[in-house]
Design a protein around this ligand. Structure first.
Ligand code: DLL
Length: 432
């Protein structure tokens, strides 16, 4: 274990620490963040009011909209002088969700990550290839510093360039692979195609950032000959490092000294009894850069508080069952249909009818955006049609950060719905 004293604390000690930190956090937010000061004052909450962990329920929820409304730095708890790193992920509009880290935050992040990597079975003997994209996305750098802290040898290949990734895996005798489960499976199949699958030395997979069923995990394990683990996180909370599998794989251990988790009913927002399935709400207990009070993750899961066979006492959250909003995760990138809609609506040549078709080829997600023309006569002008298609494709790429296939279809050809429009056709699981 990376920090055994902490990871095996008795439950009453964990809860004592959480309460102490929660009081600190409320006070910190009151003093440093005008947005929270106003919210908490309006709700009549201050640090004195928090006497037990249950008193967290006096605190209003924070949502992605709050981050959007205070873009870019309005929820930061420190001046930029003390912020040493910024990351971002897609927001519900064209503007990203921006998060900042102080030096202490980065230390804590690396500790959280190192714990989870150790729990999954990584050691300082491992050579770990990171195939998450490096950049504003939290995945690559999050794992990177945690693994270095653990003493593993990090190979920051980033994503893409798959043949080279496989060549390096062979040459460096890479023992562990970090990435999305779908990219890992793709690499495995590519290695097979190249006839080198049996020449790899992989023994461990540290996967996350998108859902992965146990069946798909079995498949990846077979293709790559490794033991696959899952880890969960999100930019708003820290990035990866919130929770992760140990070798028992009976739920992902939540780093409870840094995060306080609740499960709520997403419709009524009522806090549900322990063990129930619902939406995960997380409060960051130590973050200074951009602390989150009762952040609604929209991810559906359940939490088991029984100590684990591995010896860790931190609660375990089940694999994510889905989301309570319409966010799509495409090749590891968060995409909101509303972002696409706002891009489409800027084009006069198209009608306000569109459909998003998701498929998976070579274990990579594809997004086709089908858009209806406002006037079908454009179909007779190939040049103008191609120009329009190109412009839409370019605008979508600028906003979403990923490539899409844009198909322009005849006026009135997309199915109309009587009720809620069915804009998303997700065929990804059928193709796998
Ligand atoms: O995906 C952070 C991360 C990076 C986690 C690398 C694990 C490994 P975001 O890009 O902000 O952050 O996306 C967060 O991705 O709300 C979930 O819906 C989904 N997600 C993350 N991890 C998992 C997982 C990173 N293990 C959103 N299983 C979250 C299922 C996951 N979904």
């Amino acid at each position: 274990m990376f920090q055994k004293d902490i990871e095996t604390m008795p439950r009453n000690k964990i809860e004592e620490l959480q309460l102490e930190r929660l009081k600190w956090l409320v006070d910190y937010c009151m003093k440093n963040i005008p947005f929270y000061n106003k919210r908490l004052t309006e709700a009549g909450v201050n640090a004195e009011k928090i006497k037990t962990l249950k008193d967290i329920e006096y605190i209003p929820f924070t949502t992605k909209a709050d981050i959007r409304d205070t873009y870019p730095f309005g929820l930061f708890g420190q001046p930029l002088k003390n912020i040493v790193r910024i990351h971002a992920s897609s927001g519900t509009t064209g503007k990203p969700t921006v998060v900042g880290y102080t030096k202490n935050d980065l230390e804590n992040w690396s500790d959280c990550m190192a714990r989870l990597c150790a729990a999954a079975g990584t050691t300082d003997e491992d050579i770990v290839q990171i195939s998450f994209g490096y950049g504003l996305f939290t995945g690559a750098l999050g794992l990177h510093y945690g693994l270095e802290k653990l003493g593993a040898t990090v190979v920051p290949t980033s994503s893409g360039n798959s043949e080279k990734q496989i060549m390096l895996m062979q040459d460096f005798k890479t023992t562990a692979l970090v990435g999305t489960p779908s990219y890992a499976q793709y690499l495995g199949e590519k290695a097979r195609e190249m006839g080198v699958a049996d020449k790899l030395h992989l023994r461990l997979g540290l996967f996350g950032s998108e859902g992965c069923t146990i069946e798909f995990r079995d498949q990846i394990e077979k293709t790559l000959g490794l033991f696959a683990t899952d880890n969960y996180g999100m930019s708003e909370l820290m990035g990866p490092g919130v929770a992760g599998d140990c070798r028992e794989r009976c739920g992902m251990h939540i780093n409870e000294d840094h995060f306080y988790a609740e499960i709520i009913d997403p419709d009524t927002t009522e806090v549900l009894p322990r063990g129930s399935q619902g939406e995960l709400v997380v409060t960051t207990l130590t973050k200074e850069g951009i602390p989150m009070l009762r952040y609604r993750t929209k991810d559906i899961t359940q939490i088991d508080y029984e100590p684990c066979k591995c010896g860790r006492t931190f609660a375990r959250m089940a694999k994510i069952k889905g989301r309570s909003d319409d966010m799509l995760k495409i090749r590891g990138v968060n995409v909101f249909p509303s972002q696409i809609e706002s891009v489409l609506m800027t084009f006069d040549e198209i009608a306000p009818h569109y459909q998003l078709v998701l498929t998976r080829k070579d274990y990579s997600d594809r997004l086709e955006v089908k858009v209806e023309l406002a006037d079908s006569s454009l179909l007779e002008n190939y040049g103008a049609l191609e120009k329009l298609r190109g412009n839409i494709h370019h605008s979508l790429k600028t906003v979403l950060g990923i490539d899409t296939k844009v198909s322009l279809v005849e006026h009135q050809s997309l199915e109309r719905s009587q009720g809620k429009a069915k804009r998303i056709v997700d065929l990804r699981n059928q193709d796998n």
